[in-house]
Write a protein that binds this ligand. Structure first.
Ligand code: PLP
Length: 356
C-alpha cells in the first residue's frame, strides 16, 4: 500500500539513546534538558530567534488568536486545514473568508482590504504547502489598519523566503510537528515570533499563565511539549538533510514524468527556498480527479484530497464567497511523497495518472 505520506522513523537506537537521558534525569516535562536542547537546535537549524515548541500545531494558533483576536473578525483563507478555521471559531472570533490566488493558492492579498471592517482584529493566513503568502503586501496592509498577522505555517519547516526563514514574517507563526509532517515529534508543534516581549507573553500563556509557582501573569492554558516528544524531535532532526534530498528526488520525478497537459502543478512564489512538503496537482475538473483517484486506489495507492472541503462549507460556517477556492478544492489532489518512495512506485503512479 502506498499512502500520501509515510512517517519518518529514525533508527530506534537513536531514540533509545535520548530516552536513556530522560531516565537518567528523571524528568518528563516542564522545560527539561531535552526540550531546551531541541529548542536551541531548532533555532539554529531554522535561523529563528524565538521558538516555543508545544504539544501540537493547533494550540499555538489558539494561543495567538486568544492574545490577538479579541473576539473580533479575523480575515482568513478558505483553503487550509480545518484547524485554521476551527481555532478562530473556538476562540469566539468570526472568520471572514477572502478568496485565494488561483496559482499560488495562498490568500489573495489584493482582496484583503475590502474585507476589513472596524471589527477586524487580525489576519490569519496559511502558507499553503509551504508556499509563502505575499508577506510584504500583507505586512503593509496590517500596518496601515493596525492589525495583527498570524501565519499558519504548519507546512513550512525549513522554508526560506528571500533568504530568511518564512517564520520570521508576521507577528506570530505556528508550525506543526505532527507525524504526517516533514519534521515531527509524533504529535507536536511550535509557536515562533519576532521579539522577546511577544515570546514571554506566549510562553506564559502556554504554561497556565504562571509567573513562578505562586503568581500569575495572566490567562493561560497547557500546551507544553514533554521530554518524550522532544526525544523524538532530537532523533529526527539529524536526518532532515536525508529526508529533504529524498523528497526532492520524488518531486523531480513527478516534474519530469507527469503529463502537464492533464493537470497543473503548484506555482511557488518567486524567492522561495521550498521544503518539498507536498506534491499537489490540480486537475481540469473534479470528475477527472475522481477518475484518476479511483484508478490509483484500485492499485492500493492512496493520494489525498487535501485540502477538502472548502472551509466555508464546514457545518458551523456555511458561507460562500470564494469561487476560486471552491474550484481548487474540487480539483486538487496531493500525490504520494515521502523519503522511501521508490523509483518503481513513482513509475507506477505516474503511468496510471498519465494514461487515464
Ligand atoms: C497539520 C496542520 C495543522 C494542525 O497541526 P497539528 O500539529 O496536527 O495540531 C494546522 N494547520 C495546517 C495547515 C496543518 O496542515
Amino acid at each position: 500500500m502506498i499512502n500520501v505520506t509515510k512517517t519518518y522513523f529514525p533508527p530506534i537506537e537513536d531514540y533509545q539513546r535520548q530516552l536513556e537521558r530522560i531516565w537518567k534525569n528523571q524528568w518528563l516535562t516542564n522545560n527539561g534538558e531535552l526540550y531546551k536542547e531541541l529548542s536551541q537546535k531548532l533555532q539554529v537549524y531554522l535561523g529563528v530567534n524565538n521558538i516555543i515548541p508545544m504539544t501540537n500545531g493547533t494550540l499555538p494558533l489558539q494561543i495567538a488568536l486568544n492574545a490577538f483576536g479579541e473576539g473580533g473578525e479575523v480575515i482568513t483563507t478558505p483553503f487550509s486545514y480545518v484547524a485554521t478555521t476551527a481555532t478562530i471559531v473556538w476562540e469566539k472570533c468570526t472568520p471572514v473568508f477572502v478568496d485565494i490566488h488561483p496559482e499560488y493558492l495562498t490568500i489573495d492579498e489584493t482582496k484583503i482590504e475590502a474585507a476589513i471592517t472596524d471589527k477586524t482584529t487580525a489576519i490569519l493566513a496559511t502558507h499553503v504547502y509551504g508556499n509563502p503568502c505575499a508577506v510584504e503586501e500583507i505586512e503593509a496592509i496590517a500596518k496601515k489598519h493596525k492589525l495583527k498577522v498570524i501565519y499558519d505555517a504548519a507546512h513550512c519547516f525549513g522554508v526560506k523566503y528571500k533568504g530568511y526563514s518564512i517564520f520570521n514574517y508576521g507577528d506570530v507563526s505556528t508550525c506543526s510537528f505532527h507525524a504526517t509532517k516533514l519534521f515531527h515529534t509524533g504529535e507536536g508543534g511550535a509557536l515562533l515570533c519576532q521579539d522577546e516581549a511577544t515570546r514571554q507573553e506566549m510562553w506564559f500563556r502556554h504554561n497556565f499563565g504562571h509567573n513562578g509557582q505562586e503568581e500569575y501573569y495572566g490567562l493561560g492554558l497547557n500546551a507544553k511539549m514533554s521530554e518524550l516528544q522532544a526525544a523524538m524531535g532530537l532523533s529526527v532532526l539529524p536526518y532532515m538533510e536525508y529526508i529533504l534530498t529524498e523528497r526532492q528526488r520524488v518531486c523531480k520525478y513527478y516534474d519530469k514524468h507527469l503529463d502537464f497537459n492533464l493537470l497543473s502543478k503548484l506555482k511557488l512564489r518567486e524567492g522561495t527556498q521550498w521544503n518539498y512538503s507536498y506534491y499537489p496537482v490540480v486537475f481540469k475538473s473534479e470528475s477527472q480527479l475522481l477518475k484518476v483517484k479511483s484508478k490509483l486506489e484500485a492499485q492500493d495507492i492512496f493520494p489525498r484530497r487535501y485540502f477538502y472541503p472548502n472551509l466555508e462549507d464546514l457545518p458551523y460556517i456555511q458561507s460562500s464567497q470564494c469561487p476560486i477556492a471552491d474550484d481548487i478544492v474540487k480539483s486538487v489532489l496531493c500525490l504520494p511523497i515521502y523519503d522511501s518512495l521508490s523509483h518503481e512506485n513513482l513509475k507506477q503512479i505516474t503511468s496510471i495518472i498519465n494514461y487515464d
